[in-house]
Design a protein around this ligand. Structure first.
Ligand code: PLP
Length: 419
């Protein structure tokens, strides 16, 4: 069956090369292929399936909605499903955190949210330049690519990517240097050649860029610096928001309040496309329809997104995620201790964890894991980081099974590497 994909699907295809089988069903943390082989999923559709595949509560709500002939498509007309989603978002997430954000539905994918955030920041400030961080990843459309670090992705644009400048992420210049010293000096020096930017866009944990974690104090300093200079802070929480790092928003523990937040991926909870841009009310200066799109708010996605909020009442999934994080971190550190020559670093926050390996071992380990029934991807500029992204709902026993597969896989690639 893969031959059909090879014959017909464009060469641009990606993950079906890394995980070469044809999947047919999925439940919880498992995918099953057409030959009946089961795979444990530590990839979760690049962070989309934070509640696992076909979560029973979300499926029930979705099926009830479809059975009742609930509206599926409505452009951005008002629907009951949208109203309910907004009300519950306010009750469960925004209200308790005292975040009175306005909500924009920009189109269904992460890059739509990023494009809108960039446009809005430029419109609000009247400035053109946006600063982004080394190793940042924000999507594949032209505006998002302009604020993305990866050279080969940028080259795909085929035209110059303008009005964006990279600055060093936390730790980029080594642990001895606070990389914000440069930004602070440049912003404060009228002859630094640095045009005052409209905004800075950041992932608090750079996911595709290699699981690079920004420290809470560093984020606080960044937010304060930008505030002093009237530069907007955009947090791209598309991959590490919705509970991935523990709290619902990845920036909560840093105690900062971004001007604009982008969410997508796990927002609908079911793998249905949905994205939002959250903005401080004073920045909501859009003209009606100034940014639009056909699929702004897909009602079945509103229904499943609303159902996920049942899991976020009170403390939500945070305590569970923190307990699971400890388990994962402990086992990864043991692995690192067993292979000090091969493991360069273990890092992450919550249930996004990265294991940086020497040479091409991360790619080899991902392949070995796939052979042994675990789906796990790589990240970083040279795919040097094995990236763990299990569903937040993965039971501890399944987390342990996956970690054991990684551990024995690492032993195997280490033997091959030594030979
Ligand atoms: N921003 C971040 C942080 C991402 O990780 C991604 C996708 O991986 C995007 C934006 C782009 O999202 P999409 O692929 O849905 O356009």
């Amino acid at each position: 069956m893969l031959q059909t994909i090879q014959r017909m699907e464009s060469e641009v295809r990606g993950y079906c090369r890394s995980f070469p089988t044809v999947f047919s069903t999925a439940r919880g943390s498992h995918l099953t292929d057409v030959d009946g082989k089961q795979y444990l999923d530590f990839f979760s559709g690049a962070g989309v399936l934070s509640y696992g595949h076909n979560h029973p509560l979300l499926k029930k709500r979705l099926l009830e909605y479809l059975e009742s002939d609930g509206v599926t498509h409505s452009l951005d007309m008002a629907t009951e499903a949208k109203v309910r989603f907004l009300e519950r978002l306010d009750e469960v997430i925004l209200g308790p955190r005292q975040l009175p954000y306005k909500v924009q539905f920009p189109g269904p994918t992460g890059t739509n949210a990023v494009e809108s955030a960039l446009k809005l920041a430029r419109k609000v400030t009247g400035r053109e330049r946006v600063l982004f961080f080394t190793n940042g990843f924000h999507g594949m459309t032209l505006g998002s690519l302009a604020v993305t670090g990866n050279a080969s992705k940028r080259a795909g644009a085929g035209i110059p990517l303008a009005n964006a400048t990279p600055v060093p992420f936390d730790g980029y210049l080594g642990s001895e240097v606070d990389s914000l010293d440069f930004l602070e000096t440049a912003l404060e020096d009228s002859s630094s050649g640095f045009d005052k930017p409209a905004a800075v866009i950041i992932e608090t944990v750079q996911a595709e860029g290699g699981v690079n974690v920004a420290g809470h104090e560093w984020l606080k300093r960044l937010a304060a610096l930008l505030k002093r200079h009237g530069v907007l802070l955009i947090v791209d929480d598309i991959q590490v928001g919705c509970g991935r790092t523990g709290p619902f928003f990845s920036f909560e523990k840093a105690g900062i309040v971004p001007d604009i937040v982008c969410l997508s991926k796990a927002l609908s909870g079911y793998g249905l496309p949905l994205a939002v841009v959250l903005m401080k009310p004073e920045h909501d200066i859009w003209e009606p329809g100034e940014h639009n799109g056909t699929f702004r708010g897909h009602n079945p996605a509103f229904v499943t997104a609303t159902a996920t909020l049942e899991l976020w009442e009170g403390e939500g999934l945070t305590p569970q995620t923190e307990a699971k994080t400890k388990l994962v971190e402990t086992q990864l550190r043991e692995m690192a201790e067993n292979h000090p020559d091969l493991v360069v670093d273990v890092r992450g926050r919550g249930l996004i964890q990265g294991v940086e390996l020497v040479d091409d071992l991360a790619v080899r380990l991902s392949r070995e894991c796939f052979q042994n029934g675990l789906i796990i991807e790589t990240a970083g500029p040279s795919d040097e980081v094995l990236k763990l992204l299990p569903a937040l709902t993965t039971p501890e026993a399944e987390l342990k099974t996956g970690l054991d597969i990684i551990s024995s896989g690492l032993d195997a690639v280490a033997r091959a590497h030594a030979a």
